[in-house]
Ligand binder design. Structure first.
Ligand SMILES: [Zn+2]
Ligand SMILES: [Zn+2]
Length: 347
């Protein structure tokens, strides 16, 4: 098969022929029809993810068709249209037994712990636990965005953030996951304040339902701008970018008893990030993390997509062939980009 391979961190990847994957006993091989390009792939390529060993094939936001099935897989057959959360759970550890597959103690992640979906085929573990059947009318390109950004945004806003109609929700960072969060919060009846340094991203956020937009490059203090617009602060605020400044702005833009959800990754040399904890204490803030979403919690989200209340298809702004994936991966470092680029490995 053809795959995007890199041999060294930060050096341009190349498309080359590699061996086809084989399914594990509990796993499947999926023919990849579409796979999203994500900032997490860029972090992995830069060497920020300790799970990766070289040479490596990135890619974790995929949709496709089951090609081959391991001997112990019961629920899936070749030809099934599927997607998968980017965190593949074991199904049997204490976290999985409690339903929290997104923090599985023995999780695997395509594109991180093993070769991913910037390839014509990808192997996925524990298929009976992790695969999600696609509604017939959903395109592969749309479905590819569900496994990481859209599901992550859904969990951050709905499951972890506990959004309620009428609340103020601030979203710091309007890339793929931030725009998804804007759409999901607006659909839940919240009033959304979108914050970004890119006027283009803010324009998209307004189209996806943001009531107010804050150009963080044009105001001295974006947290103060959020507090002004919301009559004292947001009830729920997300750092959807993942940077010390946006994390702090999200926490500082909350009202009393507000909830901050950290969605964007925060890599740092010592694994720590400064957070305004004095404000968290004085205002009794909740600080939460959000890490993917369990496959078994997908049905309510898929139903909202099927009924067009949520429109992840609108987030897909470009589709490229596999040959263009290496340069697009490299470009993720400088241009956060508004919207989602989908790679089609058979083109
Ligand atoms: Zn992703
Ligand atoms: Zn587990």
């Amino acid at each position: 098969m053809r795959a995007v391979v890199f041999e060294r961190y930060g050096e341009e990847a190349e498309v080359r022929e590699v061996a086809d994957p084989e399914p594990a006993e509990h796993g499947v091989v999926v023919r990849v029809e579409a796979t999203g390009l994500c900032r997490s792939d860029w972090h992995g390529w830069q060497g920020h993810d300790p799970d990766i060993t070289l040479p490596h094939v990135p890619g974790h936001e995929l949709a496709g068709v089951v090609e081959a099935v391991g001997a112990r897989v019961g629920r899936w057959r070749p030809g099934d249209r599927v997607t998968v959360p980017f965190i593949c759970a074991c199904g049997t550890c204490p976290s999985c037994a409690g339903g929290d597959h997104q923090v599985c103690e023995r999780q695997t992640q395509p594109g991180f712990t093993h070769w991913g979906s910037f390839a014509q085929y990808v192997a996925l573990d524990h298929a009976d636990v992790n695969l999600v059947a696609l509604p017939e009318e959903m395109s592969f390109a749309t479905a590819a965005s569900l496994g990481c950004r859209f599901a992550t945004a859904y969990r951050a806003v709905v499951q972890q953030g506990r959004v309620a109609a009428g609340e103020w929700v601030a979203v710091h960072g309007c890339g793929g996951v931030g725009l998804s969060a804007v759409m999901i919060a607006a659909a839940a009846g919240a009033r959304v304040v979108a914050v970004d340094v890119s006027p283009g991203a803010l324009e998209l956020a307004r189209g996806f339902g943001a009531a107010h937009c804050v150009d963080a490059g044009a105001v001295p203090d974006s947290a103060a701008a959020v507090r002004d617009l919301t009559g004292g602060g947001a009830h729920l605020s997300l750092d959807a970018l993942g940077a010390p400044a946006t994390c702090a702005a999200s926490v500082n833009g909350l009202r009393r008893r507000g909830r901050h959800v950290q969605v964007g990754l925060l890599p740092s040399p010592d694994g720590t990030t400064p957070v305004p904890m004095a404000r968290a204490i004085a205002l009794e803030l909740e600080l939460l993390g959000s890490h993917g979403m369990a496959a078994h919690t997908y049905p309510p989200m898929l139903e909202l997509v099927r009924s067009a209340v949520l429109r992840p298809d609108l987030l897909v702004t470009s589709t490229i062939p596999l040959a263009e994936a290496p340069s697009a991966l490299a470009a993720m470092g400088t241009a956060q980009g508004a919207g989602v680029t989908v790679v089609e490995p058979w083109n």
